[in-house]
Design a protein around this ligand. Structure first.
Ligand code: 5GP
Ligand code: MN
Length: 315
């Protein structure tokens, strides 16, 4: 899975993990980095190895592996410091992912489909396609539901096709409790996070009506003051798109090693291309991310200069 895994990365990895274990394979899930607290309830997370905390063990597993499934990313650098080790591993590498422009030569086999709602949906297809429909139990259903739910904005994005709903119906037949998944992911934060969101909306948001764009920046001091941890800023960018007429939302967070961007759009404005062109990033047409090594002020100013060129596209 990619670094700082989200619900879909963790859900697809754990869904596949439980499925393959059920078929008596020897399976290990490795995350390149730590992950958000709101994912820790997922069945199997206690067995996931954080590469940054367990380098030796991870490398042994990686080098001994016969097959490596690369889930919810399509280019090795999305796994941060794991990237070179992944490239050097001799195992057969299988890509299952729904992001744009996969780095095909890095993988031996793969399914890359940008029309898919989530990697979890693709793991579901993989299980069904392998003729193992009956092995889908509540544990697998819970993992897969989590990723589809988070990647479709709770089943609202255009990627939520009829087959997504059919899949959810099939998962529900296992008897898993979908309301519990929503509670774990969306209603399980500490007070400080909500106070922080209030602060950010009031003091760190700028609306550029001329470009139908809303911009937010979060400084290191803000993160420190509100004790913001991995995962606490997830979803913040979506507030920007709730303003009438806004087609493009961008948030930049001053992380230790870099300034990390999240981009979201509604309609035809392609934020995957925007992130690739200007911020060394990528993702999907309506949701992408990127980075910058300059200061938070510089990167915000740079954004405001670039956006001028997109005026026509955003109107
Ligand atoms: P988020 O804003 O939630 O971190 O990411 C939105 C989408 O863009 C996710 O599907 C994520 O995998 C992808 N993404 C985020 N950051 C990057 C990046 O730096 N490079 C690429 N290629 N994709 C990214
Ligand atoms: Mn995904």
């Amino acid at each position: 899975m990619h670094q700082k895994p989200d619900g879909d990365a963790m859900g697809s990895a754990l869904g596949l993990f439980h499925f393959l274990k059920g078929l008596n394979h020897d399976v290990t899930v490795i995350s390149p980095t730590n992950w958000a607290d709101f994912l820790c309830w997922m069945p199997g997370t206690q067995e996931v190895i954080n590469f940054e905390m367990n380098k030796e063990k991870s490398l042994k597993i990686l080098n001994d592996a016969a097959v490596i499934f690369c889930l919810d990313f399509n280019i090795f650098h999305r796994t941060k410091h794991l990237a070179t080790h992944l490239a050097n591993a001799i195992a057969v590498k299988v890509l299952i992912d729904h992001h744009q422009q996969p780095d095909e030569p890095s993988f031996n086999y793969g399914i890359s489909d940008t029309k898919k709602s989530s990697t979890c949906e693709m793991i579901y297809d993989f299980i069904i396609g392998s003729g193992n429909d009956k092995s889908i139990n509540t544990t697998i259903a819970t993992c897969l539901y989590t990723g589809v739910m988070t990647d479709t904005g709770s089943f609202r994005f255009p990627s939520t096709t009829a087959s997504v709903h059919r899949m959810i119906a099939r998962l529900k037949e296992t008897g898993f409790e979908h309301d519990q998944v929503h509670n774990h992911i969306y209603d399980n934060f500490l007070e400080n996070r909500l106070r922080f969101i209030g602060f950010a909306l009031l003091n760190r948001m700028e609306v550029l009506y001329e470009y139908n764009t809303a911009l937010m920046y979060i400084t290191k001091q803000d993160l420190y003051k509100y004790d913001i941890k991995t995962g606490d800023t997830e979803g913040l960018v979506n507030y920007l798109l709730t303003i009438q007429g806004i087609k493009f939302g961008a948030i930049v967070i001053d992380r230790d090693e870099e300034r990390k961007w999240s981009f979201r759009s509604k309609g035809s404005f392609d934020v995957n291309q925007f992130a690739r062109n200007h911020f060394e990033g990528g993702g999907h047409a309506n949701a992408s991310g990127g980075r910058s090594s300059s200061s938070i002020e510089q990167t915000v100013n740079h954004f405001k200069e670039i956006i001028i060129k997109y005026k026509n596209q955003l109107q």
